[in-house]
Design a protein around this ligand. Structure first.
Ligand code: PLP
Length: 406
């Protein structure tokens, strides 16, 4: 019965052209990668889809640090943090993260999590007690949505960047504890949450602001300190979640906040307590990653990234200007997430398939991940993309645009 039930569901997914398939990467994460497709063929593709924004995932210094960490601590942590899995590497990493964000969150302490997904579940379930209210931005990442679902707090949703609606909801709320929850950089749109306005609302309504900076940490702000630093914010009312598998190039995540908050998470956050600590070598490598991010090399990589962003945006603007009858639209984004909105699902899929035939991998994102009628190519950039790489994408898009508008 179960198998038939699932087979029917799989057919329904396939009938809507929504089947997701795995591809196997056979080389390190990089702009040009060898990928084996569902047809079993391996090809070299020019990738515009990873979140490895600084190109650190395959940095030799990080691979070396991982090896050094494994030599010193072995492969596994052996237990959860509170039993015996908390190594000196984990402790050093938490200390280093706390220092990085201390400009934005006074007295910050940090906890390291195996993944950003778990960090978000932890924060929302531990802080979102019965009697609390969670105010959740509508475009938040799935992990925040799931955290809000698991929390005992009541959940209210506000529209994308709608500060007036959020202010009204906060004003009307009688909850004892109010938690505003937002992505800092929206993952499918690349735009930023108005963090300054959100923090001002939090202060006015005695609320707390929980910020998920998965796509900003390492990329934005001085030394890549993230979206809070980008906006020059500083407050005790901030709870910051940063992921370490994207720009930081390794894996895991942190929560940084006032010590009372992190101490409570240590007692109450089930995704921290009831899981085996990540391998100490991962934490050890992340120490090198934080150093690279803050170094001159990190600055150089962020400068490259901004140049490639500008080149891509200018090139696409020219293509759109040359084909005004096309309803394509480039989202307004100052981050390495640069969505080209096509509209129709089939058209977005066809465009992605066409690019892939030419050796370019740019994923098409469709509803329900994005609102109906806004299917898009989600172009993500990496500091290791060259001017020639971007030009190749622009040439392929110009060709496709000319044919689509003919
Ligand atoms: C990727 C992502 C996460 C999850 O982080 P992982 O470390 O990959 O589990 C959380 N929030 C946002 C906004 C993300 O983009």
């Amino acid at each position: 019965m179960l198998l038939e039930h699932l087979a029917t569901k799989l057919q329904a997914i396939a009938a809507k052209d929504l089947t997701r398939v795995l591809r196997v990467a056979e080389s390190a994460t990089a702009p040009v990668q060898t990928v084996r497709g569902a047809d079993g063929r391996a090809r070299e593709l020019l990738m515009f889809c990873s979140n490895d924004y600084l190109g650190l995932a395959a940095h030799p210094a990080l691979a070396e640090a991982l090896i050094a960490g494994a030599r010193r601590y072995g492969a596994g942590s052996g237990a959860s943090h509170l039993i015996s899995g908390h190594s000196a590497a984990h402790a050093a990493l938490e200390q280093a993260v706390a220092e990085v964000v201390s400009g934005e969150i006074p007295q910050a302490q940090a906890l390291f999590f195996c993944t950003g997904y778990m960090a978000n579940l932890a924060v929302l379930t531990a802080l979102g007690d019965a009697g609390a209210a969670i105010f959740s931005e509508e475009l938040n990442h799935a992990s925040l949505i799931d955290g809000a679902r698991l929390a005992k707090a009541e959940v209210q949703r506000y529209a994308h960047r709608d500060m007036a609606q959020l202010a009204a909801l906060l004003q009307a709320s009688t909850a004892r504890i109010k938690l505003i929850v937002t992505d800092a950089v929206f993952s499918m749109d690349g735009d930023l949450a108005p963090l300054g306005e959100l923090l001002a609302l939090a202060e006015r309504h005695d609320a707390w602001l929980i910020v998920d900076d998965a796509h900003g940490f390492g990329v934005l702000g001085p030394q890549g300190r993230g979206s809070l630093a980008h906006f020059g914010l500083r407050s005790e009312r901030l709870v910051l979640v940063g992921t370490l598998g994207k720009a930081a190039g390794v894996a895991g995540a942190f929560v940084a906040a006032h010590p009372t908050i992190t101490q409570y998470l240590l007692q109450a956050a089930r995704p921290y307590i009831f899981t085996t600590a990540a391998p100490p070598a991962v934490a050890h490598a992340l120490l090198t990653s934080l150093e690279l991010m803050a170094s001159g090399e990190g600055e150089q990589r962020r400068a490259n990234l901004r140049q490639r962003q500008a080149q891509l945006r200018e090139g696409i603007a020219n293509i759109l200007a040359a084909h005004p009858s096309l309803n394509w639209r480039l989202a307004k984004s100052d981050t390495p997430v640069q969505p080209l909105i096509i509209g129709d699902n089939a058209a977005a899929l066809a465009l992605a398939a066409r690019l892939e035939r030419e050796g370019l991998r740019v994923p098409a994102i469709r509803p329900p991940t994005v609102p109906a009628g806004t299917a898009r190519l989600r172009i993500t950039l990496c500091a290791m993309h060259t001017e020639a790489h971007i030009q190749r994408l622009l040439d392929a898009l110009a060709q496709a645009a000319a044919e689509a508008s003919a």
